[in-house]
Design a binder for this molecule. Sequence first.
Ligand code: AQP
Length: 325
Amino acid sequence: MATVFSGVQPSGDFHLGNYLGAFRNWVAAQHDNDAYFCVVDLHALTLEIDPAELRRRTLESAVLLLAVGLDPEVVTLFVQSHVPEHTRLAWLLECTASYGELSRMTQFKEKSAGSESVRAGLFTYPVLMAADILLYQVDEVPVGDDQRQHLELTRDLAIRFNRRYGETFRVPRASIPAVGARVMDLQHPESKMSKSVDSPLGTVRILDEPAVIERKIKRAVTDPGTTVEHDRERKPGVSNLLELLSAATGVPPAEVAARYHAYGPLKQDVADAVVAMLSPVRQRAAELQSDLGEVERILAAGAARAHEVASATYARAAEAVGLLP
Ligand code: AQP
C-alpha cells in the first residue's frame, strides 16, 4: 500500500479547479492507499484572513471534503494546526532550504506582486508544505499542476536532509491528473481558476446552485472565430470548456471537440455535465452542515491518528540534526 498525502487551504470557497485537480483524485485514491488529507489552516495565515472567517472556513472545508466522498473510516482527515509537528518540522526544513530557492517560487512571486507588506510566512510557505508531506513518509501527493514546483522543492529538501543527516524521509512524487490539472478562469482563461482572485463569473464554486453554474458557463469567454478546437495557445477559452467536458465524461478533449461545430451546444453540454457532477456533493454538504459536532469528532480522531505518525517522524528528524531527546 502506498502512502498518499494532500492538503487544501481554507482560504475561500472551493471551486471546480479544486474538485477536478485535487478532490476527486483524493476520493479515487482513498481505498487502495494509506491516505492522509489535511485542511492546512496555518497556510491560510500567509494572507489576510479574518479570525472568525478562518474558523468557519476550516470547518466548512472539512464538510466539503466529506461531501465529495472522503470516507473517515478509511482516510485520516485532520486539521494541520491540530498536529504541532508540522510547524516543528518546518523549522528544521527552513534550516535546510536556501533563500535563493524560495525566491524562485512562482506562487510567491504571483501572490506577493504589488503588495506593500508581504508576510514572511508567504515566503516560507513552501517549506511548511514540505513538512506537511514529509512527516507522513509519503509516496504520492495528488495535486493540481500549480503545485508542481512546490513538490519539486519538497523532494529537493528531503534528498538534501537525508544526505546531510542520514536517511530520514521518504522522497515523495507528485501525482497530477491527465485532465483537470489546470482549470482556467471562465472569464480570464489565461489564468487558473483560483479562490483568492475576485472573479465571481469566472469561478464555478462547488456549492453553486445549478442555475448559477449554468449561467456562469454560458457566459464563459470564448475565442475569436467559431470553430471548436482544442488548442490552448490559440483558443484558451474553448479549450478550457472542452477540458471541463473531457474531465466530466472521461472522453479526451480532441475527441470531444470533434463533436461540436458551434459554441452554444458545447456550453450547454458542459453546463449539464458540471451540474450533474456537482449536485450530489451539494446535497451531501447540506446534510453534513446540520451535524457539525460529528464533523468535529471526525477531525479530532483524524488528528490523533496523524499525530502518531507525525511525532515518530519528527523525533527521528530532531535526533538526526542533533537535538536532545
Ligand atoms: N485551477 C485549478 N485547477 C486544477 N487544480 C487546482 N487546484 C487549485 N486550483 C486549481 C488544486 O487544488 C488543491 C488545493 O489547493 P489550495 O486551495 O490549497 O491552494 P491553491 O493551489 O493555491 O488553490 P487556489 O484556489 O488558487 O487557492 P488560493 O487562491 O487560496 O491560493 C491543490 O492540489 C491545487 O493544485
